[in-house]
Design a protein around this ligand. Sequence first.
Ligand SMILES: [Cu+2]
Length: 121
Amino acid sequence: MAFAGVAAVFVTACGGGDETAIAPVSEGGSAVVVRAVDGLRWENPTYTAEAGDVRLVLENTSSLPHNLVVIDAESTELPVALDAPSRSDVDEATIPLAPGTYALLCKIPGHATMNATLTVE
Ligand SMILES: [Cu+2]
């Protein structure tokens, strides 16, 4: 099901993603699918990826709007912002990530519980 969701991105993505700051997708890079689930949380508390170009996918399976930003170990927000305002919305971008620990956050007010750890190795 995860891969069906990823494949659907190319059909359903609708203009919200501004990819100007994002490197082109390179096939073979690792993908991280982050699902927003009911209860104001991500599906998993932790995610992992291989260093390099990481395809980051936000899938909204809840009834509230969500977005996704990536914060590095220096508390710097990386130049990627995914947006999934409605249930079943999917957004994605590919960003180069060095090994390290990152936070995956939803910045919508009141959604501070949507905070997962992404470990890149
Ligand atoms: Cu949220």
